[in-house]
Design a protein around this ligand. Sequence first.
Ligand SMILES: [Zn+2]
Length: 218
Amino acid sequence: MSQPLTHKGRPVPYITAWSREIVAQPNVMATAGGLAYAGTAPGRDPDGVLWQVWARRPGSGEPVWNRVHGLRQRQAMRKFLCQVCGGPADRNEQGWLWLLEDQRDEERREWPDGWMTVHPPVCRSCLVVATRLCPHLRRGVVPVRVGEVILDGVYGQRYRVGPLGLLGGERDTLLMGDWQSRWMVGGQLAASLDRCTVLDPAEFGIEQPAARRAAAAP
Ligand SMILES: [Zn+2]
């Protein structure tokens, strides 16, 4: 495993943004092909996504615990890096190791096949640490092996053209190639997961929140 950066003795996940990485965003404007940045700011990437702009200065300033650094998040998704330490994520014959918020219920028997996530995979060493560090994982998590990962989505902020110009809309996840994604500033790359195997959290030493344990009791 690689060593994550620390702040005041606490490990800071690889994908967490640092305060000096947040930069002023270029103005957006409406064009025939969707949103564009004004001036000399970067254009769409080869997938047709206009991405939010970041500086890359990990360790600079303070960690911003609730913000994900878009560039490192995309890099972790594309190269299968652990979201906590930035080293290679774990993989075996069943696939890549992922930690997901437990969404199993009667309605979703197929879960997590077909599920979309913006959270990158993890390595074995960081699995338990990730359950403590990631706010979205505190409610009950399951480790999952993912046999097939398709990077086909983008999470970001939608815009629409109003009578007085562009209006910022809701945050959403859209498939790349969806025309609506041309009216979005991308924040994070989303992956569709398939050929998944749900593993037993206890085998990995993952503690479940008391509420879920109580609900699972007969
Ligand atoms: Zn790791």
